[in-house]
Design a protein around this ligand. Structure first.
Ligand SMILES: Nc1ncnc2c1ncn2[C@@H]1O[C@H](COP(=O)(O)OP(=O)(O)OP(=O)(O)O)[C@@H](O)[C@H]1O
Ligand SMILES: [Mg+2]
Length: 414
């Protein structure tokens, strides 16, 4: 049975627009109720450039999803990303006012407000305030300061900002498709929700999503996000390179790339040949797969080198224990080997986290953002419910209950 709490995760990508409807079941498991995708039109490097095309696609997807899920979808959680996204480090310091010097949730909120109080250009908005670390009276590395004693609380955060107009365009498309935006979530956070375990975040992991029009990145150290970024290059540039060099139409070389493409020369057999079909009834051409790889590899390497330069500038690369790749570009054979060589870090293809009730084999890595949006919203909504529920009990339930209430609140900050 489909419940009222069905949420739609909408990923407006450069190559496809897809939506996943999911709901939390009474036993705590997550049920994916429906999934639909359509080829994208009117999106370039994650940014909407033709509103009418996008509205028409979202409206179609909405109708199909509602038919399949047999319910009316009202609320939607959507991803935001692109090279306009920036993560800025900030911190807020407050004095503890309570008589017993115990730190309460209000103190954390106050310190976060101080951290967020900086001047933002009119065309930018705050998307997330991600807690890095708490510091009490100069002692850092505290994950949960609630109920601890101190005089001075310092909260270190990463504030993720993005372009106002990019978000407004997304909201406009959603509204005109008859839906309502419940939440806008940084795509990198959605990917992490679907793919990274707490242990991986703790040991230091870099998650790279190679899409069609952009490559997004998020880095975790000691469990907290320390870096977000992105570049406007992805798999469609690889396809364009192939079309240019082989002098063939985009659609044909896209299929060829997916069937035979590879981006790490040393792992390809020198004698392996591929068949390149031609248009206009011309006979197919046989070419060594190594030659195909020679066209693809430089562009994939360029993507990784640009990301490495960004990380090197901040001196962050050495802190990551490993790298995980997602997005359609991660499915390119050799992508993990090439990334491992360029970043000099162990690299793997990401895998979906185990979530009760969710069959991870249903989807490939192109859908990590859409799945992650649903999982992110379900977790956040559950935490908020638990927060309110625990809060109601607090007035009668005493201090221990208060402690557990705030634990839930903490989670909501990330
Ligand atoms: N098996 C494969 N091998 C190589 N490349 C692939 C494979 N499958 C998909 N791709 C490429 O991945 C890209 C699409 O990935 P994805 O669906 O993650 O992008 P998107 O979300 O639409 O775009 P973006 O995130 O950039 O807005 C395309 O360029 C496609 O050619
Ligand atoms: Mg994408």
């Amino acid at each position: 049975m489909v419940t009222d709490n069905t949420i739609l995760g909408l990923d407006i990508g450069t190559s496809k627009i897809c939506a996943v409807a999911g709901a939390k079941q009474p036993d705590g498991s997550v049920r994916i109720i429906a999934f639909k995708e359509q080829r994208s039109e009117g999106v370039r490097a994650g940014n909407i450039i033709n509103i009418e095309s996008v509205i028409s696609i979202i409206s179609n997807i909405r109708k199909e999803i509602e038919l399949e899920a047999a319910c009316e979808i009202k609320q939607i959680v959507t991803g935001v990303s692109g090279s306009h996204i920036e993560g800025v480090m900030s911190q807020g310091v407050v004095g503890i006012k309570s008589k017993d010097q115990e730190i309460h949730s209000e103190d954390i909120y106050r310190s976060m407000e101080v951290a967020r109080a900086f001047e933002l250009p009119l065309d930018r908005e705050i998307l997330h305030t991600l807690v890095q670390d708490f510091c009490i009276d100069g002692r850092s590395g505290i994950k949960d300061p609630i109920d601890m004693i101190g005089h001075r609380l310092e909260t270190k955060v990463m504030i993720v900002t993005g372009s106002v107009t990019a978000s407004q365009n997304i909201d406009k498309c959603i509204k005109r498709s008859g839906l309502m935006t419940k939440r806008r979530v940084l795509q990198q956070l959605a990917d992490s929700e679907a793919l990274l375990s707490e242990d991986e975040k703790e040991m230091g992991t870099l998650l790279i999503n190679i899409g069609a029009g952009m490559t997004n990145i998020i880095g975790y150290i000691h469990g907290a996000p320390v870096f977000v970024g992105g570049i406007d290059i992805g798999g469609s540039q690889v396809t364009s390179d192939l079309a240019f060099v082989l002098n063939q139409p985009l659609q044909l070389v896209e299929e060829m790339k997916i069937t035979y493409g590879a981006c790490f020369g040393p792992s390809i057999d020198a004698h392996e040949n591929v068949i390149l079909p031609q248009v206009g009834g011309l006979p197919s051409i046989k070419m060594p797969r190594k030659e195909l790889c020679k066209i693809i590899e430089p562009r994939m390497a360029e993507i990784f080198i640009m990301l490495r330069t960004m990380l090197d500038k901040r001196g962050l690369l050495q802190s990551f224990g490993g790298i995980a790749l997602t997005g359609g570009g991660a499915m390119m054979p050799g992508a993990t080997d090439l990334a491992a060589e360029i970043f000099e870090r162990p690299t793997r293809r990401a895998t979906f986290k185990k979530v009760q009730g969710f069959d991870v084999n249903q989807f490939d890595l192109r859908y990590s953002t859409a799945i992650g949006l649903v999982l992110y919203d379900i977790r956040r909504s559950s935490n908020n419910e638990a927060f309110v529920h625990a809060g109601n009990k607090t007035s009668t339930g005493g201090k221990r209950r208060f402690g557990s209430k705030v634990k839930h609140m903490f989670d909501t900050l990330f």
